[in-house]
Design a protein around this ligand. Structure first.
Ligand SMILES: NC(=O)c1ccc[n+]([C@@H]2O[C@H](COP(=O)([O-])OP(=O)(O)OC[C@H]3O[C@@H](n4cnc5c(N)ncnc54)[C@H](O)[C@@H]3O)[C@@H](O)[C@H]2O)c1
Length: 509
C-alpha cells in the first residue's frame, strides 16, 4: 500500500511544478512580484495591525494563474477585466500587461495595505494607468461599478468563498459582463473538498458547493468546470434560443463582431507596400483573411507580406504594375492560384501631382488617370470576372475626399477628377453587379498622414489643413482600418455603390 500512496503523492505533487515548467513564464516583473509576495512577512504585518486578515503565503497566485487569466483575456480580445479579490496584484499585473494600451483591470480589494504594496509594482511595470484598484467590500464595489455603467469582457472571482454567490448574482443581474464575456471562478473544487467532505464540517467548501450548484441550475449560462490547480470554472452566457428572430439571436447566430470576421476569405490590396494600403493589409489579415500584398515596388510589397506572415497572417507579395491590363489579370491569377481564391479586392494604388489647372501638363494628367482611374477599372474588371463566376465578391476602391470637394489651397485638378471618376466607376459597377453577389464600394479618406502628402508641394500645407478639419488633426492610417474590415465583411451585405467618407469632418465646413 505504502509504495502506491508514495506513487500517488509524487504524481499529484509534481503536477503544478510541471505545469509551470512547460508553460511560458510570466514577465520578469511579474516573477519579481510573485517572489516578493512569497517572501513578505505577512504574519508580522497582521500582528502590527497593518492587515485586517492574516494573509497566507499560499494566497499568492503563482505564475500559472496570472498567465491563465491573461491568456483568456487575449483569447477574448478583452479590453476590460474585473478581478474580485486582488491580494498582492500578481494576476492583476499579468492581465494588465496582456491588455491593449487603453485596456483596464478593475481590481476589488478589501485591504488598503495590498493596494499600497502592489501600486509601486504596477508603476514599475508601466501599467499603473491600466489598473484601477477599488478598496472596500467587493459586494459594495460591484454595486458602485454597476451604477457607474461599467461593463467587463471577463470577471475573475477569487475572493472570500462565502461571497461568491452574491458576487455572481450581482455580475449577472446588473449585466456587468458583456454578452460575449465570461466569469472565471477560482477554487471551484478546493482540491476535492467540494465533492468529498470526509465527514468534516467545512464552511468554505459548503459555500463553494452551493455556488457551483446554483450556477449549474442557472438557465442563462453554460458552465465548464476544470480540474486546474484547485479548480477553475468558466461561465459563459448561453446563446439566445432558436425561437427568437435574427435580431435577437444575431444573423445566422453570429453576433455583430463575428459578422466582421474574414476567416477563410482571400483578399488582395493594390498599393499594399506602404501607407494606407499597408494598414488595410494588416487590418484585413487581423480580421482573418489571407492577404496578397500587391505593389509595383517589389521590395515594399515583400516587406509588408513578411510583416503579416510574422504575425500569423497567410500572405504573399505580388509585384504588378496595375496600369496594364495584362498585369491586372496576372495579379488575379496569381492570387487565385497561390491563395486558393479571391473574395475581397481593395484597389488602392494611386498617385497625386500638384499643379494649377492652367499649368498641368498632359503627361501628368495621363499618368494620374492611367493609375487612379484606368488602372483601378482594369483591376475591378479582372477581379470582377473571377468574382462573378463564383457569385460572391467585395470590391473596395480607394477614392478620396477630393471626390466630394475641391481640397485647397493645393492645386490638383487631375487628381480631383480622377478620384471623382473612381466614385462613378464604383457606383456603376455596384449597380451592374448588385444582383450577382458582388458589392462594389469606395472609401474617401480625408488627408491622411502618409508619404503621399510628404511632397515639397504638400508638406508645408499640413498646418493650414488642420484649421480646415473640425477634428483638428490629419487622419492616421489606423483610423481607416475598421471601415475597410466592415466594407470587406458580410456585415456590409446591403451596401453597394457607396462612397464612405472618413474625413474628420473636413467635408462639413
Ligand atoms: N494620403 C492621403 O492623404 C490620401 C487621402 C485620400 C486618398 N488617398 C488615396 O489612398 C491611396 C493610397 O495612398 P497612400 O497615401 O497610402 O499613398 P502612398 O504613395 O504612400 O502609397 C501608394 C502605393 O501605391 C503603389 N503604386 C504606385 N503605382 C503603382 C502601380 N502602377 N501599380 C501598383 N502599385 C503602385 C506605390 O508603390 C505605393 O506603395 C491612393 O489611392 C491615394 O490617392 C490618400
Amino acid at each position: 500500500m505504502r509504495p502506491l500512496v508514495e506513487h500517488a503523492y509524487k504524481l499529484a505533487s509534481g503536477l503544478d511544478p510541471y505545469l509551470d515548467a512547460i508553460s511560458t513564464p510570466p514577465s520578469q516583473i511579474c516573477q519579481d512580484l510573485i517572489e516578493a509576495s512569497l517572501r513578505h512577512p505577512w504574519a508580522d504585518e497582521h500582528k502590527q495591525g497593518r492587515t485586517q486578515f492574516l494573509q497566507k503565503r499560499e494566497c499568492c497566485a503563482g505564475a500559472l494563474e496570472g498567465r491563465f487569466i491573461a491568456t483568456l483575456a487575449k483569447l477574448n480580445n478583452a479590453k476590460t477585466v474585473l478581478e474580485v479579490g486582488m491580494f498582492t496584484g500578481t494576476t492583476t499585473l499579468a492581465v494588465a500587461q496582456a491588455l491593449p494600451d487603453d485596456g483596464k483591470v478593475v481590481a476589488c480589494e478589501i485591504e488598503e495595505f495590498m493596494r499600497d504594496f502592489s501600486q509601486p509594482w504596477f508603476e514599475r511595470a508601466g501599467v499603473a494607468d491600466k489598473v484601477d484598484v477599488r478598496l472596500g467590500p467587493a459586494s459594495e464595489t460591484l454595486d458602485t461599478l454597476a451604477a457607474e455603467g461599467k461593463r467587463f469582457d471577463l470577471a475573475f472571482l477569487d475572493a472570500d468563498k462565502t461571497g461568491y454567490l452574491s458576487y455572481y448574482k450581482k455580475l449577472m443581474d446588473h449585466n456587468l459582463i458583456v454578452p460575449s464575456g465570461a466569469i472565471i471562478v477560482d477554487n471551484s473544487l478546493m482540491k476535492g473538498r467540494t465533492y468529498y467532505s470526509g465527514g468534516v464540517k467545512d464552511e468554505m467548501a459548503d459555500a463553494i458547493r452551493d455556488f457551483n450548484e446554483y450556477v449549474r441550475q442557472d438557465s442563462r449560462v453554460d458552465v465548464l468546470a476544470l480540474p486546474f490547480r484547485d479548480g477553475v470554472t468558466i461561465i459563459t452566457r448561453r446563446p439566445q434560443s432558436g425561437e427568437q428572430d435574427e435580431v435577437a439571436t444575431g444573423a445566422a447566430h453570429n453576433n455583430v463582431l463575428q459578422r466582421m470576421k474574414l476567416n477563410n476569405k482571400v483578399a488582395l490590396i493594390t498599393g499594399g507596400g506602404q501607407g494606407i494600403g499597408r494598414a488595410f493589409a494588416h487590418a484585413l489579415g487581423e480580421a482573418g483573411a489571407a492577404v496578397a500584398v500587391v505593389d509595383i515596388n517589389a521590395k515594399t510589397a515583400q516587406a509588408t507580406a513578411e510583416e503579416l506572415n510574422g504575425k500569423g497572417i497567410r500572405s504573399i507579395a505580388v509585384t504588378a504594375d496595375i496600369t496594364k491590363a495584362k498585369e491586372c489579370q496576372r495579379m488575379v491569377d496569381t492570387v487565385v492560384s497561390e491563395l486558393g481564391g479571391l473574395d475581397i479586392a481593395v484597389n488602392n494604388a494611386g498617385i497625386n501631382f500638384n499643379n494649377a489647372a492652367e499649368d498641368t501638363p498632359e503627361s501628368e494628367w495621363d499618368m494620374t488617370f492611367n493609375l487612379n482611374t484606368k488602372g483601378l477599372f482594369l483591376c475591378c474588371q479582372a477581379e470582377g470576372k473571377h468574382m462573378l463566376q463564383q457569385g460572391y465578391g467585395r470590391i473596395i476602391n480607394t477614392a478620396s475626399m477630393a471626390s466630394l470637394l475641391v481640397p485647397h489651397p493645393q492645386k490638383q485638378i487631375a487628381y480631383n477628377a480622377s478620384k471623382a471618376a473612381v466614385v462613378k466607376i464604383t457606383e456603376t459597377l455596384g449597380a451592374e453587379w448588385a444582383d450577382r453577389g458582388l458589392t462594389v464600394n469606395c472609401m474617401s479618406p480625408g488627408i491622411v498622414n502618409t508619404a503621399l502628402i510628404q511632397s515639397d508641394a504638400l508638406k508645408p500645407l499640413a498646418k493650414e489643413w488642420i484649421t480646415q478639419i473640425p477634428m483638428g488633426r490629419l487622419a492616421e492610417v489606423t483610423d481607416l482600418e475598421a471601415a475597410i474590415v466592415f466594407m470587406a465583411s458580410d456585415a456590409s451585405s446591403f451596401m453597394t455603390g457607396h462612397n464612405l467618407a472618413l474625413t474628420g469632418g473636413h467635408t462639413l465646413w
